[in-house]
Design a protein around this ligand. Structure first.
Ligand code: ADE
Ligand code: ZN
Length: 349
């Protein structure tokens, strides 16, 4: 990408304001991971559900994770307060208000229907609530929004096929499918048939790979599932040939810095490999993953990353924002309009 600006004139002191104000896309947010403890308690009360924590503070204090699984256990427990269409709407609306404040112009939301359908919540309740919030976000906040249905990889492929069948009557409410939950021991190829079916149906396809799992999982996400983006993908750096391929094919990686530190993928933010990913020519983006659990939304991720890693400056900020807009599944016309907004933002900086 040839970059149109003299980035050196933007001093480090002016970077935080620019990071906040630049238009950006969020491509890796689990909407159930945006459920703040306050809303968990409100919904539990509304729905008459008993929680195993006595207070918001006690719940928040439990957010100390040693790995992905230790987080997922508490994340699935938090999602158990969601029962009605209004609950799903309220959760997504809270996220959209924060995203708009962070200058997100496009958000592609992951949701985990199996977490809800296995508790007896109908698929259409989940989808209608989330879809209504997406439409209202577009209308009232100017945030273009879409849904990506994720299959839980710790469950079987037959269960994923059943979930797909339940979702198909609502095909117009989501744009694609993804793969999330416990990565180790559940390689992408376990879901070859269901992803092939989704591709035949014209859906966008993405998958988590190379968060905790080995680089081989990124390869099989590309080769077997034929994903258009890799979620996380940070462990690609352990395999030089894979890095070359990802760069040559311009496969976007949806990187989630605060998540990676909270889940101990990296010991601290100053050890995060985002600068190495960018230096290798990879199409990296910055995202929040599960912001209510990991200490912040998308702008908090940008600010924490740039504060800890002096290799990151205005050039990298522009590249990350532009990557996010171009890697989104919006139309070419929408993307061009957002890139023009981004250029105007940097021209005025
Ligand atoms: N579900 C929610 N957050 C996740 C993550 N970071 N990795 C895998 N599955 C998830
Ligand atoms: Zn994720």
């Amino acid at each position: 990408m040839s970059l149109p600006f003299d980035f050196d004139r933007i001093t480090p002191a002016r970077l935080p304001a620019l990071l906040r104000a630049m238009p950006k896309a969020e491509l890796h947010i689990h909407i159930e991971g945006s459920l703040e403890p306050e809303l968990i308690f409100q919904l539990a009360q509304r729905n008459g559900i008993a929680l195993s924590y006595p207070s918001v503070e006690a719940l928040r204090a439990a957010y100390a994770f040693s790995d992905l699984q230790s987080f997922l256990d508490i994340y699935y427990a938090g999602a158990s307060v969601l029962l009605t269409e209004q609950d799903f709407f309220d959760m997504a609306w809270d996220y959209f208000e924060k995203a708009a404040a962070d200058h997100v112009v496009r958000a592609e939301l992951f949701f985990d229907p199996q977490t809800h359908t296995e508790r007896g919540v109908p698929m259409d309740v989940v989808l209608r609530g989330l879809h209504r919030a997406c439409q209202q976000a577009e209308r009232e906040l100017g945030v273009s929004a879409a849904l990506i249905l994720c299959f839980l990889r710790h469950l079987s492929e037959d269960e994923a096929l059943g979930t797909l069948a339940q979702a198909l009557p609502h095909r117009d409410m989501f744009i694609g499918v993804g793969l999330d939950s416990s990565e180790r021991g559940h390689p992408p190829e376990k879901f070859a048939r269901v992803f092939a079916r989704c591709r035949e149906l014209g859906m966008h396809v993405v998958a988590h790979a190379g968060e905790e799992g080995p680089p081989g999982y990124i390869r099989s996400a590309l080769d077997v599932l034929q994903v258009e983006r890799v979620d996380h993908g940070v462990r690609s750096l352990e395999d030089a040939a894979l890095v070359q391929r990802l760069a040559a094919e311009r496969v976007p990686l949806t990187v989630c810095p605060l998540s990676n530190v909270k889940l101990c993928v990296y010991p601290s933010m100053d050890q995060h490999q985002l600068p190495a990913l960018l230096a290798a020519g990879l199409v990296a983006t910055v995202n929040s993953d599960d912001p209510a659990y990991f200490g912040g939304y998308i702008n908090a991720n940008f600010l924490a990353t740039f504060a800890a890693l002096p290799q990151l400056g205005a050039r990298e900020a522009y590249t990350l924002a532009r990557n996010s807009l171009e890697a989104s599944f919006a139309t070419t016309t929408q993307k061009a309009a957002w890139v023009a907004q981004l250029d105007a933002c940097f021209a005025a900086a």
